[in-house]
Design a protein around this ligand. Structure first.
Ligand SMILES: C[S@@+](CC[C@H](N)C(=O)[O-])C[C@H]1O[C@@H](n2cnc3c(N)ncnc32)[C@H](O)[C@@H]1O
Length: 269
């Protein structure tokens, strides 16, 4: 089960456009280095979204391997389908991270980038990943810590309220803080944790921060006491700061690389 944000056609298109930008291309390249897909491997992309990483993974395993992209959103799957057309090793299926349509110990590698924070039953999703990975199989996860945001506003109180309302767009706003312990509890050995910083300071109105400003301004009203007027004033100030050169936004995202141990922990259902 997921909460908050709807990955409907408009949101899916917006995310697809954003993920073409250099900042996100760099982040994806890092995910790929950490995943290190090998020719012939069977790979799972949980919450594949618009399918950029799915297609990159397919290039890594070649057509002697396989990549299965799972997502619960029809519009995301449609975008991923178009992107992965002509890649016979890719299969896309509608499904939920907490109930993977795969046999036990059938995959070599599992990725899930910017997905698990939306999944209320995150431990079940991790347990599912452990179940479908072969012993020694690896996973690469990426999640945002929304309380690591540094974002300038002349009205800090309003900024705090806006960011607090925005936390409702997902189930686990600070997931990276508990992810290592959660992975260990599900029988993974955590191999590495690293931080990726998203930093935007320019007035480029097509960057990641611009998507955030639009998304937060439309999501926040009615939550945690934020009014429509307050959200509009907040967005206006950010627009002004961008135009005047005083804009600063950054947030920490965390990669976790882990290996499924030989013996599985009992499932957490
Ligand atoms: C922010 S997008 C990330 C997409 C992709 N992983 C990437 O990094 O390019 C989050 C995706 O997770 C999917 N998602 C959220 N909860 C899910 C769940 N419980 N099971 C499967 N997919 C889920 C959404 O539909 C959406 O496509």
């Amino acid at each position: 089960m997921s909460t908050g944000l709807q990955f409907d056609p408009a949101m899916s298109k917006g995310i697809e456009a954003q993920y073409r930008r250099p900042q996100m291309v760099r982040r994806r390249a890092r995910a790929l280095v950490l995943a290190d897909p090998r020719i012939g491997q069977d790979v799972l992309d949980v919450g594949c979204g618009p399918g950029y990483l799915t297609a990159d993974l397919a290039a890594g395993v070649t057509d002697s391997g396989s990549v299965l992209g799972i997502d619960q959103s029809d519009s995301m799957l449609a975008l991923a389908g178009a992107r992965c057309e002509g890649l016979p090793q890719v299969r896309l299926e509608k499904g939920d991270a907490t109930s993977l349509p795969l046999a036990d110990a059938s995959m070599d590698l599992a990725l899930s980038t910017q997905v698990l924070e939306y999944v209320a039953d995150v431990d079940v999703a991790l347990s599912e990943m452990g179940r479908v990975l072969r012993p020694g199989g690896r996973c690469v996860l990426l999640a945002t810590d929304w309380r690591s945001v540094a974002w300038y506003s002349s009205d800090e109180e309003r900024m705090t309220r806006m960011l607090s309302a925005w936390e409702e767009h997902l189930a686990h706003p600070t997931l990276p803080r508990t992810l290592a312990a959660r992975l260990s509890a599900q029988g993974f050995r955590v191999d590495a944790v690293e931080r990726y910083s998203v930093l935007e300071t320019s007035g480029d109105v097509a960057d990641y921060a611009s998507m955030m400003i639009m998304a937060i301004a439309s999501f926040a009203p009615g939550r945690r006491g934020v009014t429509k007027e307050e959200a509009a004033a907040w967005a206006d100030e950010q627009g002004r700061l961008r135009a005047e050169g005083g804009f600063h936004f950054s947030v920490g995202q965390y990669f976790f690389t882990a290996t499924r141990s030989q013996a599985l922990a009992p499932p957490s259902r």
